[in-house]
Write a protein that binds this ligand. Structure first.
Ligand code: GLN
Length: 245
């Protein structure tokens, strides 16, 4: 494959509900993922999906963030109409990252602290109940696949896992799914749900690489990581580009 063919390999990133579900810098995850995909030799194409929009013909990676309960109510109805499509994508191995409010709605349901039930689409085998206490602050996890993962959480929902999902990580500091289980997030197929917000991908490039690798293997048959890239070299490259010659 020639160099020019390699650099035109596109990856379509579906950004879910950025108008309603984009809190605590969750857009930063989309930017970090795009930039990492570029550094790994792909051309990222970000498609925003807001309620009522048509899905693009092809989707390589799905990413979504958190929001207020009111934002969740707005998107829950729209998401319900797309249930089959997201199940099919997940079962076909499409990588997805759902943070906080959308993590809850990719589970079976979110029962708010005022006892309102927002039905989820059940891609992840989890259920969430609104609690009286917020879990806020920096959080550190140990994950078998990603090593130490660091981030920031802010939620009052308490999530419990069913047998069809495994945790994203074990909590070393912070709360995670709920204050007592010691588990954070959920995984099923190549779908990751987590309470870690918009600093997740900027701070943990291994998670971006997982999403990119799964997408590249599915679409192009293989993934060869670019040797020696890390945040430092990526940052150096970006600032070198900006510098006038
Ligand atoms: N409303 C949910 C909760 O507080 C989600 C919050 C969020 O997405 N930041 O549990």
């Amino acid at each position: 494959m020639t160099h020019s063919q390699e650099t035109t390999r596109e990856l379509v990133i579906l950004s879910l509900y950025p108008r309603d579900m984009n809190i605590y810098g969750d857009r930063g995850n989309v930017l970090a993922l795009s930039r990492r995909a570029r550094a790994q030799g792909f051309t990222p194409v970000v498609v925003d999906l807001n309620p009522g929009d048509a899905l693009p013909e092809h989707i390589d990676i799905v990413i979504g963030g958190g929001g207020q309960d009111s934002g969740q109510a707005r998107v829950a109805a729209d998401l319900a109409g797309r249930r089959e499509q997201f199940h099919q994508l997940a079962e076909a191995g499409a990588p997805m990252l759902l943070v906080c409010g959308l993590y809850q709605l990719f589970g079976h349901r979110f029962i708010t602290s005022t006892d309102e039930t927002l039905e989820g689409i059940g891609v992840l085998d989890v259920e969430t109940r609104g609690g009286s206490e917020r879990m806020i602050g920096n959080i550190v996890l140990e994950s078998a696949d990603f090593g130490e993962v660091i981030g920031y959480e802010n939620h009052s929902g308490n999530t419990t896992l069913g047998e069809g999902s495994t945790p994203f990580g074990r909590v070393l500091q912070g709360a995670g799914n709920n204050p007592t289980s010691g588990a954070e997030g959920a995984r099923s197929h190549n779908v990751i749900g987590t309470y870690l917000h918009g600093s997740l991908l900027p701070k943990n490039p291994a998670v971006s690489d997982f999403l990119i690798a799964q997408a590249a293997k599915a679409r192009y048959g293989s993934f060869e990581p670019v040797a020696g890239i890390d945040e430092t070299t990526e940052r150096a490259r970006a600032s070198a580009k900006r510098r006038p010659r």
